[in-house]
Design a protein around this ligand. Structure first.
Ligand code: SF4
Length: 115
């Protein structure tokens, strides 16, 4: 096995794990794809994402609580920098099944049953 194959195998085993390392790897993946592979993100969202945001705010608490996460007087979460200042990662969460890591998120991704 080449070093590249070893690293790829290590990465593929951990990217879907629901632990801190998996969260860190997905955050990095989200940043890299959101910055350099916007074409992939657009295609994945338009072709495979179903549902709508339920405004639970839990994607704003992955690894750490986002400092821009606010709560209105009904305790509904909202983004204090919604709009142009909102980071690219947040605009598109979740963009594919690997990226989706919040239980109960209003979005889901097509499976064979949906085709
Ligand atoms: S986890 Fe899903 S439903 Fe909850 S705020 Fe984020 S995108 Fe919306």
């Amino acid at each position: 096995m080449s070093p590249a194959d070893f690293v790829n195998s290590w990465y593929q085993k951990r990217i879907t794990k629901r632990n801190l390392l998996g969260q860190i790897l997905r955050k990095g993946r989200r940043f890299i794809l959101g910055t350099f592979r916007k074409d992939y993100i657009r295609k994945s969202v338009s072709e495979s994402r179903l549902g709508a945001c339920a405004r639970c705010g839990n994607c704003c608490k992955l690894i750490y609580d986002c400092p821009f996460l606010g709560f209105d007087h009904h305790r509904i979460p909202y983004c204090r920098v919604y709009g142009n200042l909102r980071p690219a990662n947040c605009h598109v969460y979740p963009f594919d099944a690997i990226d989706s890591e919040v239980n109960g998120c209003g979005y889901r991704f097509k499976t064979r049953k949906d085709h």
